[in-house]
Each structure stands twice: as C-alpha cells, then as structure tokens.
Design a binder for this molecule. Structure first.
Ligand SMILES: Nc1nc2c(ncn2[C@@H]2O[C@H](COP(=O)(O)OP(=O)(O)OP(=O)(O)O)[C@@H](O)[C@H]2O)c(=O)[nH]1
Length: 614
C-alpha cells in the first residue's frame, strides 16, 4: 500500500524528473502506459490504455491536451528510485503545456516514430528541451512496424539534432520491447534535481485543477525543504496563508502521503476555494519562512481570439462559472468581458490556436454542460492610428484589435499590421511542388529548404498567422496524403493592406462572422464564404439571401431556396407519444441553432465557413 511509502527513502539523488515529448501520435501515451505497468503503478490489463489521457475530449479525439503527472517507483541495481513522469501533449496548440512541464524536469525522452521519422513538432519540442538545457534521451518507437526504418531515423537525429546514434534507444512501446532500457537510461543519464532537504520549503505550482469538493488541487515541484499535512503554507503572489489538508503522489491517481520532500513532485490540497488563488507559476513557502520566489512562467501568448456568448442571457452566470473553472485548469486561455448588440453580454477569449479553441469549447460543453455561441476566430491585428483624438483616447499610437467588430476605419489609421509566424514543414520531397503552391496562395515567403535525409525536406516559411490558423494544416495533410507535418513559432508583425468584411443574412448583419481579410483576397474570400454559408444553413420556409459586404458595398451573394418541412409528416396514424418524441428531438436540435432575424443558423456554421478547400 502506498501509505507505507516513506518519502524520506527518496533523497534527491534517488529522484529523476522527466517528461516525454514528441510529435503527435508518435506514441508518448503508449510509452507512458508501459512505464507505468513495468513499475507496478498500474495493472497490466487491456482496459488500461492511455491511462494518462483522463479527459473525455482526450479519449474521444485520441490526443493529449493536458500534461499529466505520474510517480513511478523503480528498482535499479538494488536501489529504489522515484521517477516522476510528466506526459505532455504533442499538438502545436498545447506547446505551452510542454514548456511548463519542462520547468519541473531535468530531462526528456524525445520519442520519434521509426516509420515517420522526425516531424515538425519533433523539431519544435527538441528546441524547447535543448534551450532549457535538459538531458535528452532519443527514443525510436514503433520498431515492430513492418515499415520501420530505425537506422534512417537515427541518421536524421544525428543530422538535425547533433545527437549521436549510440544514444538512441530503439523500442516498441506497444509490445514493451526494450522499455526496460529506457528506465535504466532515465536513472543513468538524467541528473537528479538540484534541491536540498535542509533548505526552507519552497515549491513551484506547475499545474492546477479544480475539484468540486476539495477546491483547488495544485501540482507542485518541491525545490527545497519539505511540507507535511497540517503545515501552514503561503502563496507568494497573494501573501495568503492556507493549511495543508492533503498531499501526496500522483501514481497517476492521487495517493496521499505524509509529506513531500525536496526534489519530489506531487499534489497538494490546502482549502483554496477561489479559482484565482492558485496561479500556475506561483511559489509556495511555509508560514514565517519566506523564500525568494521562483521565476515562474512566461505568460502564454494568445494567438487566436473569439467571442463566446451564452445561447440565452439567463445562462450568463453559469457560463461565467464554467469559463472561470476551465481557465484555472488551462491558464493559457485569456479572458476579457465583451458585449455585443446582437449577442448580449459575453467574453472575448484568447487561445494558442484553433484546436485549442475547439477543445476548450468541447470541454465547456462536456465537463460543464454549457451551451455556447462562438464567433469566427481572429488573430490579434494592430493598427497605427493617425487620428490625434483616437491616440489620446487609447493612450497610445498603436492599438491591438482582438475583436473584428472594433476594427478601425482606414481614414483614422496610417498603417495596419498583422502577426507573422515562422512555419516549419517537413515532407517527403515528392510533395514539395504542391506545398510551395499552397504556401504561395497563403502569402507565404520561403526562407529556407534543406534535405534531412535522401527523401525528406524541411522547409521554412514566413506566413501571416491569419492564413494558416484555420485550415492550412488540414490542406497540407490532404495534399500530401497525410505525410507532411507542420509547426510554427511566432515571428514579428508586418504591415498589410487589410479590410473588414461583413456578412448579412436576409439583410441582418451577422456579428459572429465579421472577418478581417487582405484586400487582394477580399473578393474570393467573400464569395467562398457565402458559398459555404449556403451549404451550412439548412433550407428554411422562405428564401434566404446570404451576402458579403465591404462597407456598404455588396461584393458577393448566394440564395438559399425555400423549403417546406413538416416534421410530423412521418407520423401517420395517431400515436401521440411518437409525435411528442419527434417534437422533443426537434427542440433539442434547436438548442444548437442561433436565430438571425427569422433565419435559424447552426452554431458551428460560423467556424465551418472559414475552412477553405485549396
Ligand atoms: N505498432 C505500434 N504502434 C504504436 C506503438 N506505440 C504507439 N502506437 C500507436 O500509435 C498511436 C498513437 O499513440 P499514442 O500513444 O496515443 O501517441 P501520443 O504521442 O501520446 O499522441 P498525442 O498524445 O496525441 O500526442 C496509437 O494508435 C498507438 O496504439 C508501437 O510501439 N508500435
């Protein structure tokens, strides 16, 4: 039993803190499952698949969204070691979780698929770990696959990362082949944390969750001293004191222990009820023993903004609670109050990318039972104001616009600026031509192109973020039959000729759809969005006109023909219960609709219409 675990048995030199990083689907969660099984943290059953992917959205989408922690006890050469594993997400939108996890670790397992080789996200994650001076253990996974070519992947690792192929460990996480060697390498090659039990207690809050009964459950990495149940601890940024009610290890489920000591990673519950109290990146210390605060984290930079509004204004307080709780669990989301004539009171939220936004929305609906209207996402544009009156009003010449409805007119602006990103594309060379054409269409500028082996090319492009945020990756995947991968990092802002485009449904402006576009693309974008709106809006009992407008000028129009639908038509005979059932089902469907004038539009139409098919 875990209660018998004596935490003092694990002095700092018997502790290793590491995380697993990789491109999406290269097998992080599967390897984590094997490590958990081999160290006895979970039973070896078929049911125990991807145990660290706890959220419903993670299981449904088969991706990791939240980093998870698990403490493993591993016996090596007659000694017991405490290995703290942090499983991290692979998708670019969640790289913030990766950099946070890295701050609690001294080493990483860099997983590369033996068939796919190095992908764009492998490169991005490698640099996160490299810059943080982590010990890096390259692990080539899926060697059981028929097309596995670990030698080629080792050569890529040597060429791109300058790591020796002797350092690579070839494994099959699925079958468990060589996973024992990974455990040994963790002990041998990753240094123990630098922390002393003799120092005063000092811990970093690197993640936190909200539990309905116990309040905030914070994940902490102890950088010095020790903490016990009943201790009074202080949250540095608030200066507020709390009593420790419970603490322990995550294995991966919570297992209470008597104390947590220097170098260890675990959870703590201390009666923090207010979601704002447990800030990620904060330092904890014992009452009357203040310490210098830890550097914390750079705040995540939101790159995609969207408005979120309750379907019905009476649901506003419930939605506010849900958003607050979910942002505690995901501190990379920024929240600002917002309101609109058409949609009422709501919020403007900032996300790291579109998938991040979709996952947040799905979690709101699934975990908090909220029903939300989400507006078309936008990137943060800037405008250099020319009107002295406006400059005075804003207190600055340059303003950032995260709500397209507030995009200033050209007459008061000397220049618009748009955010750029530096994209990395890795692809088999047969697709380079098609990818170059796609990138050109998206106003990309090629910066670099190198071969990483005989057939694979790594290309670097400077893109306007707006051109890649919604659908670039989907298009890239489909034109390369799934072989090309893409990742990006933020670059600077550049001047661009931008205009605001409005959409009207039967003459009513649709605030959710206001979009900022490059002038050269305005006509095509307007036309394509009207066509897709036509596809997304079901026929109504009357004719519906869909229009795109710039200022008062209509630049595109589509018409949705009238359609008479009688939902009860199928109900011949007089079975009233069947009729009621049909009507109920229709009412359920209506919850997913938003009324614009007399027209009912499915909620998800606003995002779907932005997705281009190149
Ligand atoms: N054949 C084979 N398949 C594997 C192996 N390891 C993982 N897989 C499969 O690869 C797929 C992706 O594995 P995951 O462990 O979910 O990958 P991940 O890297 O955690 O994915 P994200 O968390 O979404 O980034 C799953 O279908 C696994 O069953 C392996 O060693 N051999």
């Amino acid at each position: 039993m875990l209660d018998t675990i004596d935490m003092s048995k694990f002095p700092v030199d018997r502790i290793r803190n590491f995380c697993i990083i990789a491109h999406i689907d290269h097998g992080k969660s599967t390897l984590a499952d094997r490590l958990l099984e081999m160290t006895g943290a979970i039973a070896k059953t078929v049911k125990n698949k991807q145990v660290l992917d706890k959220l419903q959205v993670e299981r449904e989408r088969g991706i990791t969204v939240k980093a998870q922690t698990a403490s493993l006890i591993y016996s090596h050469q007659g000694q017991q070691y405490l290995l703290n594993l942090i499983d991290t997400p692979g998708h670019v939108d969640f790289s913030y979780e990766v950099s946070r996890s890295i701050s609690a670790c001294q080493g990483v397992l860099l997983i590369v698929d033996a068939n796919q080789g190095i992908q764009a996200q492998t490169v991005a994650n490698f640099y996160l770990a490299f810059e943080a001076q982590m010990a890096i253990i390259p692990v080539i996974n899926k060697i059981d696959l028929k097309n596995a070519d670990p030698e080629r992947v080792e050569k890529q690792i040597e060429k791109v990362f300058d790591l020796s192929c002797e350092e690579c460990i070839r494994v099959s996480a699925k079958l468990g082949t060589n996973v024992e060697m990974v455990l040994q390498a963790i002990v041998d090659r990753i240094p123990p944390p630098v922390a002393s039990i003799d120092d005063p207690f000092k811990a970093l809050v690197f993640d936190s969750n909200f539990d309905h009964y116990r309040g905030v459950v914070a994940n902490i990495a102890v950088f010095g001293g020790q903490v016990k149940k009943g201790n009074k601890i202080v949250l540095a940024h608030l200066g507020k004191t709390f009593e420790v009610n419970e603490l322990g290890l995550l294995r991966p489920h919570e297992h209470p222990t008597q104390k947590l000591c220097a170098g260890q990673v675990g959870y703590i519950v201390a009666g923090m009820k207010d979601v704002k109290e447990a800030q990620i990146g904060d330092t904890l210390y014992l009452q009357d023993q203040p310490v210098e605060t830890l550097p914390g984290f750079k705040p995540a930079k939101a790159m995609v903004f969207a408005g979120m509004y309750p379907m019905d204004q009476t649901e506003y307080p419930a939605l506010r609670n849900a958003i607050e709780r979910l942002t505690l669990n995901d501190s990379s989301v920024t929240v600002q109050r917002d309101s609109s004539v058409a949609l009422g009171a709501g919020w403007r939220l900032g996300f790291l990318g579109l998938l991040h936004m979709e996952v947040f929305n799905q979690r709101l609906e699934q975990e908090h039972n909220a029903s939300v209207i989400v507006t078309a996402p936008t990137v943060p544009y800037k405008a250099v104001l020319s009107s002295p009156k406006l400059i005075k009003e804003h207190g600055s010449e340059v303003i950032t616009i995260v709500n397209p409805a507030q995009f200033p007119e050209k007459s008061v602006v000397s220049e618009y600026l748009e955010p750029m990103v530096l994209g990395t594309i890795i692809t088999p060379d047969t697709y380079t031509g098609k990818i170059m054409t796609l990138s050109l269409k998206r106003r990309g500028i090629q910066k670099n192109m190198v071969y990483i082996d005989e057939q694979r090319v790594m290309m670097k492009y400077l893109f306007p973020l707006n051109e890649i945020v919604v659908d670039f990756y989907d298009n890239l995947k489909s034109l390369s039959s799934g072989y090309a991968s893409f990742d990006y990092e933020n670059a600077d802002y550049q001047a661009a000729d931008l205009i605001k485009m409005n959409f009207l449904i039967n003459g009513e402006p649709v605030e959710e759809l206001i979009t900022i576009v490059h002038r050269d693309h305005a006509y095509n974008t307007g036309k394509a969005m009207c066509e897709r709106l036509k596809e997304s809006i079901p026929r109504q009992m009357f004719e519906v006109a869909v229009q795109a407008a710039i200022g008062s000028k209509i630049i595109a129009r589509e018409t949705i023909k009238a359609y008479k639908k009688n939902v009860l038509a199928k109900c011949y005979g007089g079975d009233i219960t069947r009729k009621m059932k049909l009507l109920r089902r229709q009412a359920e469907g209506k919850k997913k609709l938003r009324r614009i004038g007399c027209v009912e539009v499915p909620k998800d139409a606003f995002i779907n219409v932005l997705k281009r098919k190149d």
